[in-house]
Design a protein around this ligand. Structure first.
Ligand SMILES: NC(=O)c1ccc[n+]([C@@H]2O[C@H](COP(=O)([O-])OP(=O)(O)OC[C@H]3O[C@@H](n4cnc5c(N)ncnc54)[C@H](O)[C@@H]3O)[C@@H](O)[C@H]2O)c1
Length: 345
């Protein structure tokens, strides 16, 4: 087990394999309440007596699940020095982290992320959330876990589509740093990454985690505008996810959104063509479709979703664009440019 990063108060560790993880868990000297979802429950054998199993779709990222977790803790008389353990993807880690943040005004929290996205993104940075009233992440807190343990062995059982969601966020991270190490891994070791070679993944995850930690540590509660850069590709992407509902994954939408943001930066002469080419190259070798254009008839609906984005201030929508690798900027885009970039008009 090695420490690979620190994000606010969280120690982020990389476990070599399952037995390394088990050794760490055996050393915990508080009581633990485990929370898994119906899929990750199968990955924890045997499940400790104190556990809660929540559903494995976004609908379970809810106050109802939080209530179940808190009831289980309270029935066992858990104190704030006891530990909630979240083992799962971002759905589980976000929900359990929120429950931990409010249980007795905050108890100990250990995250064991089991998807590539949760390992490199959701478990780092202290954002907790549940959905409410059909609105994603409406209720939440900032509550960094005490410890995050990343065990890449869990990735072996991950469905391909879920694995690729994480790859889109890793490609994003590689463009948000001036350091070339992650990008080199992505370019030179594509086959090993796609075939989930564990040693390559350990390096890729470590580099990705460090990039996220740097953004988080410079702006722990998203007050300075620095963390906004992590939304690169997300404003275009979230609106596509809303438009296409279940027919596009978060990763596919973010990949598409990054391509659109790069095109916008080029049209505004903020960046040069080489940057766009290298992004498009990486997205295509990892199998993301960036050529998709929305139907002209869907433009108004897509536009409506865009303007529902949290980055709308006084009616103006800001996008994260890149001037160069590691130099994100916020910029407004006019409607004619937006239309020409995303729609078949
Ligand atoms: N807090 C943050 O900063 C942050 C950042 C990004 C995303 N998120 C949140 O993360 C959530 C998405 O997380 P996700 O992409 O990890 O998806 P997820 O947690 O919904 O998991 C996707 C599916 O994979 C299954 N699964 C998880 N690990 C598995 C494994 N090892 N083997 C087999 N199946 C496994 C799950 O049961 C689920 O069915 C969203 O709710 C999003 O809002 C939070």
């Amino acid at each position: 087990m090695q420490e690979i990063g620190k994000a606010v108060k969280s120690n982020v560790y990389l476990a070599d394999n399952f037995s390394d993880l088990t050794m760490f868990l055996e050393k915990i000297n508080s009581r633990t309440l485990w929370v898994v979802d119906t899929n990750t429950a199968r990955l924890v054998r045997p499940l400790p007596e104190a556990h809660v199993i929540i559903g494995s779709n976004e609908g379970s990222k809810s106050l109802k699940s939080v209530q179940e977790i808190i009831t289980a803790a309270s029935d066992r008389n858990f104190s704030r020095t006891d530990t909630f353990v979240a083992m799962g993807g971002g759905l589980v880690t976000d929900t359990v982290a929120f429950a931990a943040s409010i249980y007795k005004r905050g108890c100990r929290l250990l995250l064991i992320p089991s998807t590539l996205l949760a390992m490199t993104d959701a478990s780092i940075g202290g954002k907790t959330a549940v959905n409410f009233s059909n609105t994603k992440n409406l209720i939440g807190t900032f509550y960094p876990a005490n410890d995050v343990i990343i065990c890449p062995d869990y990735l072996k059982s991950l469905p391909e589509k879920t694995y690729k969601c994480g790859l889109a966020e890793i490609i994003k991270a590689s463009f948000l740093t001036k350091n070339d190490d992650l990008m080199k891994e992505l370019v030179l070791n594509k086959d090993k990454i796609l075939s989930r070679d564990m040693e390559t993944l350990k390096r890729v995850i470590t580099l990705s985690v460090r990039i996220k930690c740097a953004y988080v540590n410079n702006d722990p509660c998203e007050e300075k505008g620095i963390r906004k850069a992590l939304n690169f590709g997300h404003t275009f992407g979230h609106a596509l996810e809303s438009l296409k509902r279940m027919n596009v994954t978060h990763g596919e939408a973010v990949a598409w959104g990054m391509a659109k943001a790069a095109k916008a930066a080029l049209d505004k002469r903020l960046c040069d063509e080489d940057l766009v080419k290298s992004l498009m190259y990486l997205l295509s070798v990892y199998g993301f479709d960036t050529a998709y254009r929305i139907n002209p008839g869907d433009w108004n609906e897509y536009r409506r979703y865009l303007f529902k984005d949290k980055k709308v201030k006084n009616g103006a929508l800001k996008f994260i664009l890149l001037k160069e690798q590691g130099r994100p900027v916020e910029a407004e885009l006019d409607e004619a440019l937006l239309k020409s970039i995303v729609a078949d008009i």
